[in-house]
Structures are given as structure tokens and as C-alpha cells.
Unconditional design. Structure first.
Length: 340
């Protein structure tokens, strides 16, 4: 008697299990609430300048040191491999960062300045500024900030660059410091860093594409102790070993706050939308020696260099220099032009 033919249901029940589908893998990822809490914790660590990697055993972010590779929290998913959750270095136009490539992941670990850009620490140091100078720098002209911001966002400076405070004659008193020969060469420790190179492009005739300017402005950080604005490299350099602000006359913890005083003017009639602009052009131009533009050592340029240093600039000065640019069809250039 011939063997009976198996029915379809019997064949399926005895078949070899297939690989786990992508939908099953995603279903086993940590919940949205858990990922949200871990995202907030990572943002805090990024703001403090800490290199972070997720530790599955302790279920929290821990510090890692190269040549180790950071891991993202999706490693909690038993269906994801270690290689899938390892973060890879991404070379950005302003700064580099770590992010997982094996899956959709929103966790970004900032890659902070290399050792050659770091300012050496020697324990608790004497405040960089006296009490009187520190208080004066912390007291910004809020009305000036509001006025400059309004004119910039409404395109006034783009049509009439001569109305910008940087083009006033004589220069406003809050820009007087940046005309001295001492200030020109005093704070250039990050002159050749990625942020410093983009500042030099902005101040040159080459200019920056709007997307790069937007990212550069997003590097601004405000210290709640001295109330000044810094680049992320300058902010980390102005903190002592215990995280306190060295520019304030008292020892106060300098927890950082990301601040963007005013968004760049993005108009379809002037420039391409920032999200559609690729920054390969800037990356290629950074490999070319940058000509020493007259704007590089102008008051506008000196203020930019101090923003990208441990000194920082007052908030009203940041409002002035961050709006001191003109948007053209393909590039953003400094608003201040040297006289012929």
C-alpha cells in the first residue's frame, strides 16, 4: 500500500524554521518610552562633552575610550547582532559623530575634538576674568538682540547690508574689544579645527552653503554660569576638570544649553532649502588652502575666533556675528566687505 500523501498543514508544521523577519526584530526593540529616556540621557552626556556607549549589563550609558566602539541601546533586542548595534564614525562638515548603520537609529554620539585641540587641565585654576569683567560680559543688551534678530529674519540685512551693526562707523562699543591687536592673536587654539575651518570659509570669498551655515550656528552653546556663547569646542575648553566654569568669578557648574538665537534666512528665491543641500562642496573646498581673507582679522572675524575658543563672546555679540552674513544663490558670505 503506497504511503499516504501529507496534507499542506502537516508539511508546514514540520518545516525548518526560517530566519526572523525584520518586523519581528523591530517588535522586540525597547519600547518608545525607554528609547525616549535613553535619548534624553544621551543628549545630556553629549552636552557635557562625554563619549558615550550603551552598556547592556547596567542598562545605562557609560563612557568609552578609543579604540573601543560605542554601542546603541538597540543591543537590548535579543534578535539584533552585536555588529548591527555597533556605531560607525560619520565625518560631517562641522564635526564628526557616531551612529549605527545596521538599522534605523536616532542615537548620535558626538565625537569631540581630538587631543591636539584640547586645552590641558591643571586642576582648579584661577578664574580667567575678574569679577567686574565677568559681570559685564554676562550683562547683554536684550533689546539689541531682539532688534538684530528681527531685521535678520525679515531679510533686512540681506537687502541692506549697510544697516547691520558690524558696518556702523564707528563700531559699536561692544565690538571695540575685537579691534585690538592683542585680541587678534590671543584665542586661536581651535583655528584649524573643523569648526574653525568653516569659520574661515564663511569669512572668505568662497562662503558656505546654507546647510553648513545652519549646522555651524547649531554648534552654539550657552553657559549658564558666565552667560556667554561658545562653539562646542570652546565650551568644553572653558570648563575646569570638575565641570565648573572658569570664566566666572565664582565656581558654578557649567551645564550647557543649546541655543540658536535666530535661524538663517532660508528663502526659495535666494537659496536652496537647507535639507536639500549636500555639503560635499564644502568638504572639497576644505582640502584647498584657504586664502588669508581681510575679513579673517576684521572685528567680525576676531569675534568669530573668540566664539570658537575658551573665552566665548557675550550673547549680544553672538547675535551680531551670527547674523553678519549675506545669502546669495549658492553660498553664504560675510556681510562686512573690505573697502577697496
Amino acid at each position: 500500500m503506497p504511503p499516504q500523501r501529507r496534507c499542506r498543514q502537516q508539511r508546514l508544521s514540520q518545516s525548518v524554521p526560517t530566519k526572523v523577519t525584520r518586523s519581528v526584530v523591530r517588535l522586540n526593540d525597547p519600547s518608545a518610552d525607554v528609547l525616549s529616556e535613553l535619548q534624553k540621557a544621551l543628549e545630556t552626556r553629549n552636552s557635557l562633552g562625554l563619549r558615550s556607549s550603551f552598556d547592556v549589563q547596567s542598562n545605562r550609558w557609560v563612557e568609552f575610550l578609543p579604540p573601543q566602539t560605542p554601542t546603541c541601546p538597540h543591543a537590548l533586542n535579543p534578535y539584533r547582532t552585536e555588529d548591527d548595534c555597533y556605531m560607525r564614525i560619520h565625518k560631517d562638515t562641522v564635526r564628526s559623530y557616531w551612529k549605527a548603520k545596521g538599522h534605523v537609529c536616532n542615537f548620535i554620539v558626538l565625537d569631540f575634538a581630538s587631543d591636539r585641540y584640547k586645552v590641558p587641565r591643571r586642576g582648579q585654576q584661577k578664574p580667567y576674568f575678574s569679577r567686574a569683567v565677568a559681570i559685564r560680559r554676562a550683562t547683554s543688551n536684550k533689546k539689541l538682540i531682539e532688534t538684530v534678530e528681527w531685521h535678520y529674519e525679515n531679510g533686512i540685512y540681506n537687502c541692506h547690508p549697510e544697516m547691520h551693526p558690524i558696518n556702523m562707523q564707528p563700531l559699536p562699543h561692544y565690538m571695540a574689544r575685537y579691534t585690538s591687536a592683542k585680541a587678534v592673536q590671543a584665542n586661536l587654539q581651535f583655528f584649524d579645527s573643523p569648526i574653525g575651518q568653516h569659520i574661515r570659509l564663511l569669512l572668505s570669498s568662497a562662503g558656505l552653503v546654507p546647510a553648513s551655515l545652519y549646522r555651524l550656528l547649531h554648534e552654539n552653546k550657552q553657559c549658564p554660569a558666565c552667560h556667554c556663547a561658545f562653539s562646542i569646542d570652546g565650551f568644553n575648553a572653558h570648563l575646569d576638570y570638575d565641570g565648573t566654569c572658569q570664566n566666572w568669578h565664582e565656581r558654578i557648574l557649567g551645564k550647557s544649553i543649546y541655543v540658536l538665537i535666530c535661524s538663517p534666512l532660508i528663502s526659495s528665491t535666494l537659496v536652496m532649502p537647507a535639507q536639500t543641500v549636500k555639503c560635499n562642496g564644502d568638504r572639497q573646498r576644505l582640502n584647498i588652502p584657504i586664502i588669508d581673507s581681510p575679513n579673517l582679522w576684521s572685528p567680525l572675524g576676531v569675534a568669530w575666533h573668540e566664539w570658537n575658543s575658551r573665552v566665548g563672546v557675550p550673547q549680544d555679540v553672538w547675535a551680531v556675528i551670527s547674523t553678519g552674513n549675506v545669502h546669495y544663490t549658492k553660498a553664504v558670505s560675510p556681510i562686512s566687505r573690505p573697502t577697496q
